[in-house]
Design a binder for this molecule. Structure first.
Ligand code: S3P
Length: 176
């Protein structure tokens, strides 16, 4: 049986890309990031939002993830998605049926240094802290519902967190 891909979900700045990349290195598998795929095809996310709107971005994001999850090539690999990807119904169904979903648990204090100041995230462009909290409150039930595993990212560096996640995946028999 082919192992499903491991998909990291969670709020903005929770470390999905950094931990995902490190986990993939520790497992010796490929890492993919839907934000990166969309950016490569259409330019920086802030520009996509400004030029074509959020709906267009969501469509590209969902399509990118669908291509990854439906391709045999990505079996057992690590994928990270943007914080809002789980809002798409098709995406959440596909995640439930075709991936090991890992929810990266975090809190405002942990992400604060990463989100305050000017960043590349259009949804945090104005009043980043209030916007982050509002979106997290709205999305948290979806993250919790979709999670097969949770990783508390509030303590530890990227390498330690990836190692902890690898151990957790082994413990639960998600790795071949
Ligand atoms: C978004 C999260 C971002 C990116 C886009 C929208 C969101 O990714 O996809 O700016 O709606 O939460 P990160 O979660 O990697 O910051």
């Amino acid at each position: 049986m082919t192992p499903p891909p491991i998909v990291l979900i969670g709020p903005m700045a929770s470390g999905k890309s950094a931990i995902g990349q490190e986990l993939a290195a520790q497992l010796g598998v490929t890492f993919s990031d839907t934000d990166r795929i969309v950016t490569k095809a259409h330019g920086p996310i802030a520009e996509i939002f400004a030029r074509y709107g959020e709906r267009f971005f969501r469509h590209q994001e969902a399509a990118a993830l669908q291509r990854l999850l439906e391709s045999e090539e990505y079996a057992g690999t690590v994928i990270s998605v943007g914080g809002g990807a789980v809002l798409d119904t098709g995406t959440s169904q596909l995640l439930s049926s075709s991936a090991v979903v890992v929810y990266l648990v975090t809190d405002l204090a942990t992400v604060m240094p990463r989100i305050s100041g000017k960043g590349h995230r259009p949804l945090l462009a104005e009043d980043p802290v209030t916007s982050w909290v509002r979106l997290f409150d709205l999305r948290r039930p979806v993250y919790e519902r979709l999670a097969d595993l949770t990783l508390d990212t509030r303590r530890g560096n990227v390498r330690e967190l990836a190692a902890r996640l690898k151990a957790l995946l082994q413990e639960r028999n998600y790795l071949q």
